[in-house]
Design a protein around this ligand. Structure first.
Ligand code: FAD
Length: 287
């Protein structure tokens, strides 16, 4: 396989490279862990790869926090997420998801943007970020920015809302607004490591001093063509005590989550297995 590679070092050079490629076939490459597989499966003629790995741009490369929340650059890797104590403390769901990606070697290069832009229904960090109500910061060749909730960014398997003249620059996660959090990532697979999720559940609940849930984000992966934000299940939890979610209430909550699942049977698991395990896993959130 043969392709041209352009390696811009600045944002201006990146936007110029994208502009120059508008009449050609081109792809971005960040950590290449998905891209190389894609290109091996579907070899392309006359392809240009815009290599993002050499880019030296603060917004693309750094993790920064401010009063409104956390900004994570598109090129931040799973390993960098794991090395950030702020993420582990305030957004455990993302930390656990990053920790579940493949192996230590893959996590060194696998970027957040690559995980998102691959738009796989089983993307681990993507699922956690949907539960966190993350927002995409996207720029185009004219350096115009648009923002879009991550849950809306996914349009189908390997399909996103990105236009040809756009690139994902960073992800924003809103600050926690309550003192207590219950947050985690459950990934079901057949192996402990190097496993793509058969299904996953990401949850990030915030409660006040009296344990009343004031904000809830729950996302499910690998049970529909895209990762799903379970809006009505999240709303169902608001105003309830963290310790009240049992018996009939728990059954109700679980069926609200299941409403968002349209699993298929494939070589990895049957639709029945996915539905049954999803129901069981959602019930364990409140154990
Ligand atoms: C052996 C193996 C195991 C894996 N296990 C897991 C796993 O357990 N969990 C999991 O979630 N994933 C897994 N993956 C998939 C992959 O590692 C992740 O999705 C990873 O985060 C992709 O990041 P990357 O930087 O390598 O992306 P790349 O391969 O560089 O890019 C992926 C896609 O995103 C596009 N892209 C990249 N950056 C941008 C940007 N800034 N703007 C627009 N488009 C962009 C590329 O053009 C490409 O289409 C595995 C892959 C392998 C090879």
């Amino acid at each position: 396989m043969d392709f041209d590679v352009i390696s811009p070092k600045t944002r201006t050079a990146l936007l110029e490279a994208m502009d120059a490629c508008q009449d050609k076939k081109y792809r971005f490459g960040a950590g290449y862990t998905d891209l190389i597989n894609d290109l091996n499966a579907n070899p392309q003629e006359d392809l240009t790869v815009i290599n993002l790995a050499q880019l030296q741009d603060e917004v693309f490369c750094n993790i920064t926090e401010d009063d409104s929340g956390l900004h994570i650059g598109a090129l931040v890797t799973a390993a960098q997420v794991l090395e950030t104590p702020y993420v582990q403390t305030h957004y455990p769901v993302l930390w656990e998801a990053a920790n579940s990606v493949a192996s230590m070697q893959i996590r060194q290069t696998a970027t957040l943007a690559g995980n998102i832009c691959q738009a796989s229904p089983s993307g681990d960090m993507s699922c956690a970020l949907v539960a966190l109500n993350a927002v995409c910061d996207i720029i185009n060749t004219r350096d115009e920015m648009r923002i879009e909730p991550l849950a809306d960014f996914f349009r189908g398997v390997k399909k996103t809302s990105l236009a040809k003249d756009e690139v994902l620059r960073s992800i924003f996660i809103p600050k926690n607004i309550q003192p207590k959090i219950k947050s985690g990532y459950v990934k079901i697979g057949t192996r402990v490591s190097m496993e793509i999720a058969i299904l996953s559940v990401a949850y990030h609940l915030q409660a006040d001093e009296k344990n009343i849930i004031a904000a809830a984000g729950i996302a499910i992966g690998a049970v529909a063509p895209t990762i799903k934000y379970t809006q009505t299940a999240c709303e169902f939890l608001i105003g309830r005590s963290l310790y009240e979610i049992k018996d009939v209430v728990l059954e109700n909550f679980s069926s609200q989550v299941l409403n968002y699942a349209t699993p298929i049977s494939d070589v990895r698991a049957s639709a029945w297995y996915r539905t049954t395990v999803l129901e069981n896993v959602t019930k364990t959130i409140f154990d």
